[in-house]
Design a protein. Structure first.
Length: 425
């Protein structure tokens, strides 16, 4: 990205929400750039322990002076002025009642906070703390107009077929309006990475298949899991949630599980490339890695972020705007993540075709007399390599675990493969 262009500004400005027409508009814009992106809908009204919000689409919202009709707060200047999913209201109210429905942050006096109320009925306005001084009169006219209908939740999905059915999942969320790092950056990043993957696919260079998701955070990932869990588990190799990638030079990695390909692919890549990163504790999770790795789902999705949600002062406020979107940091993220996808694509993972330890003696790979008496060259190495062919270790992982070079490991892998003992996942 060379500059904040009209396409980026358009996506930034769309009135997205958990379930919103703005999400459909966003997906339609993405579809123009991503050939083959499918716009789909979740029709369920209840998922797991949750009720799915109705589709809420903001039409207008403002607070005006009843004496001169001057708008003191106007959602057309910033969508964050309205609490997401607010109920409709059109009436003159007292200053006292208005202030009970105003949201602001003293610690961020010049920022509008981003507030949502998807699961409890209320109405409200979000303002800068320093704008409280505008309200000097006893009464004000308040107006929030939104369409609130029982309509299915939209999401975007594209499957890019590789040589194997085994699949890497990449996901980001599309429900935040007027916020740049969180998560315009994720939307743009994933759409650009998709174009890279499609280019590799056309050249028949993809070893793994890739499934890409543009969904609403939390409830959207729950709905996707509910609909696709069996399919997810059948061919799952690794999964990543991308968010907050336009600020900062160090990557933050959040993973519940460590002994899985999602985590090991990423950490191996970062260490080999000497890329600055920090592995964070699971207790600071916050995006859809929560849902994919939740109990009774247990899919090892890893969250990849830079300036992490909740840890920068502009977070969830109007200060996370296009001026805060750092093009240099975003481009750095894109270059690194593109290299990471190329790295994943090169990783070979094998699993055993048999149950139990193989009878290597009859294949000439192990001594046929007591091994304490006489050994065949590398027989222990062969057995150790086989033992790590469990579908959870790449050749690089095996190399690190048993202390031999990748070239040596590959030669043993080839022997085991020729004997029909292992297969590539």
């Amino acid at each position: 990205m060379k500059k904040i262009d009209s396409y980026t500004k358009k996506i930034f400005s769309l009135p997205r929400g958990i379930n919103s027409d703005g999400n459909i508009q966003t997906l339609k814009l993405l579809k123009k750039k991503i050939t083959g992106l499918n716009i789909k809908y979740f029709k369920k009204r209840k998922v797991f322990d949750w009720v799915v919000p109705r589709r809420w689409s903001l039409i207008d919202g403002y607070i005006s002076d009843i004496d001169n009709n001057k708008k003191l707060i106007d959602c057309k200047k910033n969508l964050l002025h309205i609490v997401q999913n607010s109920e409709n209201i059109k009436k003159t109210i007292s200053k006292e009642k208005l202030f009970k429905n105003l949201y602001f942050q003293k610690e961020k006096p010049n920022s509008i906070p981003y507030i949502t109320s998807y699961y409890k009925k209320r109405w409200g306005f979000c303002i800068k703390y320093n704008d409280l001084k505008k309200f000097k009169k006893k009464k004000y006219f308040v107006r929030i107009k939104a369409i609130n209908k029982n309509k299915p939740m939209p999401y975007g999905e594209i499957f890019i077929k590789g040589k194997s059915k085994k699949t890497i999942y990449l996901t980001t969320y599309i429900c935040h309006p007027n916020l740049a790092n969180d998560n315009l950056s994720g939307i743009l990043m994933l759409s650009n990475l998709v174009r890279h993957l499609k280019s590799e696919s056309k050249k028949n260079q993809l070893n793994y298949s890739f499934c890409i998701l543009f969904i609403s955070e939390t409830i959207g990932s729950m709905l996707y899991i509910d609909k696709n869990l069996n399919k997810l588990k059948k061919n799952f190799v690794a999964g990543y949630v991308l968010t907050c990638l336009s600020n900062g030079k160090e990557f933050n990695i959040i993973s519940k599980y460590k002994e899985n390909l999602s985590f090991k692919f990423l950490v191996n890549f970062l260490k080999v490339g000497k890329i600055n990163h920090k592995i964070r504790n699971w207790t600071v999770r916050g995006s859809d890695e929560r849902q994919f790795s939740s109990p009774n789902v247990n899919l090892p999705f890893v969250c990849i972020t830079k300036k992490k949600f909740g840890e920068y002062k502009e977070y969830h406020s109007s200060s996370d705007n296009l001026d805060f979107f750092n093009i240099s940091n975003y481009n750095h993220s894109f270059v690194i993540l593109k290299k990471f996808l190329n790295f994943i694509n090169e990783q070979e993972v094998y699993c055993s075709k048999i149950k139990g330890e193989p009878f290597l003696s009859k294949r000439g790979l192990f001594t046929n007399i007591s091994s304490s008496f006489k050994k065949i060259k590398n027989q222990d190495l062969v057995l150790n390599v086989f033992d790590f062919c469990d579908g959870k270790n790449s050749i690089l992982d095996i190399s690190k675990s048993i202390g031999f070079s990748e070239n040596v490991i590959k030669k043993i892998i080839n022997k085991l493969d020729r004997q029909g003992l292992i297969k590539k996942i």
